[in-house]
Design a protein around this ligand. Structure first.
Ligand code: 16G
Length: 191
């Protein structure tokens, strides 16, 4: 299957986010100022496309957890499945002007989950937040999480949640998250 630049979701959704802050906003402060449209010099924040397979997408993911290489067919299958549901918002930060159309330097995902409770509400889940080690300290993690949190709000989620290691709690608190009264539990089949 050919790899191409078709975005996983409508890119305008990112441009239309209300990045102005304001009293009810949970946006953290950014210094220097950055936004989804201007993530930093030489960088672009956009939805994932299948051509990102050869731009180091998995190399970045593997800095979070096991992310073994997949074949282009496997990648396109997964991408198409996610795209069909309309509930997957995988974003990447890429270098604008390099060979192959830019290396992926960071990524994060928002998934919207549909429920019957709360009048058929939606819950957002932020997943796979990773910034490549050479790009840490440039506010990219904060930018990605803030972008997806605002997107979750815009899409009508009544809450957005995430799981993280104890080491990252302070980071997520800075971007507007608070530890829940509930405990995260799992039944794990593979490490
Ligand atoms: C972290 C990630 C989660 C990811 C998991 C992978 C964030 C906020 N959390 O919990 O999305 O799925 O690590 O670890 O990025 P695992 O492979 O051990 O499940």
């Amino acid at each position: 299957m050919p790899l191409d630049e078709t975005p996983l979701f409508e890119p305008a959704l990112l441009r239309e986010l209300d990045w102005s802050g304001g009293p009810s906003s949970s946006l953290p402060s950014f210094s220097p100022a950055v936004s989804p449209s201007e993530p930093g010099p030489g960088l672009l924040l956009r939805p994932l496309c299948t051509a990102d397979l050869h731009r180091g997408f998995f190399k970045v993911l593997s800095q979070l957890t096991r992310a073994d290489d997949v074949t282009p067919d496997q990648f396109v299958d997964g991408f198409e499945r996610m795209k069909r549901t309309g509930d997957y918002y995988v974003v990447v930060v890429v270098e604008e002007d390099s060979e192959l159309g830019g290396r992926v330097v960071a990524t994060a995902t928002l998934i919207t989950e549909h429920k019957f409770i709360r009048s058929c509400a939606k819950r957002g889940r932020v997943e796979e937040v990773v910034v490549s080690d050479a790009w840490r300290g440039k506010q990219l993690g904060k930018l990605l999480v803030s972008t997806l949190t605002l997107l979750g709000r815009k899409l009508g989620c009544y809450k957005v949640t995430l799981e993280c290691s104890p080491d990252n709690v302070a980071f997520y608190q800075k971007v507007g998250y608070a530890a829940s009264d509930e405990t995260y539990m799992q039944c794990r089949f593979r490490n």
